[in-house]
Design a protein around this ligand. Structure first.
Ligand code: GLA
Length: 390
């Protein structure tokens, strides 16, 4: 067994009187290769799960309480299964995700049982790699394992999204939770966020690496700006409906239609809509490029996505731009872009295996020179989605 799991089991034993955990689950973080800020516009995204995850082990209790210990924070919390209170601030805030899933499952009538658990994760927090989605999904697997309840994978993602919206208050899309559940080793998923169906597309397993570079810029404005972008997209749909009554989301608008009616939109809304509409087309084209082995084209579309997020959607920042510029200076980088919500967090680059060493050194040095910050760079492959291990 994975040494990380053995350590968690050991912790569990020492915390809960030598008992053996009955349940072990894991859920991964994610990186989105292309298709940003499209998932709340009924559009397309193309993420993969990463080799970093949240692990949880648990055993059943006889009362209706959850007792949880976070190994990362050396912090424990106890709450009731029925109407668990939200923790607005302080050291137990990490447990809100577990509380949120408990609350949503309870409201949905999913049977619950008291649990003792220990959680640990190596998905960096606040970096845009969806540690919160991983935590929600892992919590969902843990809770349903307690009562041996079967839940369809897509429903798991939908309930986790509901939990984030209701408990955390950010009106997020479905991408992060969906990929954390359904991720497939060595594949990225082309997800249609309207029908909630996907196609698993193989990623090259030799010759090319996925490189994630964390700017270490903490994402200050992200929640309020995120909700504002959503509203601007809704406004674009409302205004475009005057000319295109059949549309219900920006997903329904082609670039050609957009160009025809763009002048009827106020400048900011026009720019936001242009990003979303062009990004959807880029996702579909990039998947075709990948399927035909054209990594160069895939990389170009990643670059174009970054530019559109920077200038039209205005969710990049100096640090993300500096990281992308540093990546572009390395020979053997096919493409590079910000990934996730923006305003800090990470970039993702597709890099020829032979260039990874140079990337690690040269991008770090150039980025630090430009920003004064030290980046953290991870090389990853596409990992399997969440699972119950015991
Ligand atoms: C965050 C949200 C996702 C998605 C991205 C932007 O990660 O949680 O739903 O909207 O931002 O693509």
């Amino acid at each position: 067994m994975d040494s990380r799991i053995l350590e968690l089991v050991e912790q569990y034993r020492s915390l809960y009187g030598g008992a053996e955990p009955e349940i072990i689950v894991r859920a991964p973080g994610r990186v989105n290769l292309i298709g940003e800020h499209t998932d709340y516009n009924d559009g397309f995204v193309f993420p993969c799960a990463i080799e970093r995850d949240i692990l949880m082990v648990a055993g059943r209790r006889t009362d209706r309480q959850i007792r949880a210990y976070a190994l990362n924070f050396h912090q424990s919390t106890t709450f009731p299964l029925d109407n668990p209170p939200h923790i607005p601030q302080g050291r137990e805030r990490w447990s809100n995700y577990l509380r949120a899933m408990t609350s949503v499952f309870g409201n949905e009538g999913i049977p619950l049982i008291g649990l003792n658990c220990v959680a640990w994760g190596d998905v960096p927090t606040g970096a845009g790699l969806s540690s919160s989605a991983a935590m929600l999904i892992a919590a969902g697997y843990l809770l349903s394992a307690g009562t041996e309840t079967e839940i369809a994978p897509v429903l798991r993602a939908v309930l986790a999204q509901k939990a984030e919206r209701e408990f955390v208050g950010v009106n997020v899309g479905i991408m992060d939770m969906y990929i954390s559940v359904l991720g497939k080793k060595d594949h990225a998923l082309l997800i249609d966020t309207r029908s909630l169906t996907y196609e698993a597309v193989p990623l090259p397993t030799a010759g090319v690496s996925i490189v994630i570079a964390d700017t270490n810029k903490k994402r200050g404005l992200v929640d309020s700006e995120y909700n504002t972008r959503r509203l601007e997209c809704e406004q674009a749909v409302m205004l475009l409906q005057a000319r295109l009554p059949e549309i219900t989301a920006l997903r329904d608008v082609t670039l050609e239609q957009f160009e025809r009616y763009a002048d009827s939109l106020p400048a900011t809304v026009r720019h936001r809509a242009r990003h979303v509409i062009s990004e959807n087309e880029r996702v579909l084209e990039s998947v075709q490029a990948l399927k035909s082995g054209n990594i160069e084209r895939f990389g170009e579309l990643m670059d174009a996505s970054h530019e559109s997020l920077r200038s039209d959607y205005e969710v990049s920042c100096d640090e993300l731009d500096a990281m992308v510029a540093a990546a572009h200076s390395v020979e053997g980088v096919f493409g590079s872009r910000m990934t996730g919500a923006g305003f800090g967090g990470c970039t993702v680059s597709l890099v020829a295996d032979t260039a990874v060493e140079t990337f690690l050194q040269s991008v770090s040095a150039k980025y630090t020179e430009a920003t004064g910050l030290k980046p953290v760079i991870y090389v990853t492959t596409a990992a399997q989605g969440a699972e119950r291990l015991r």
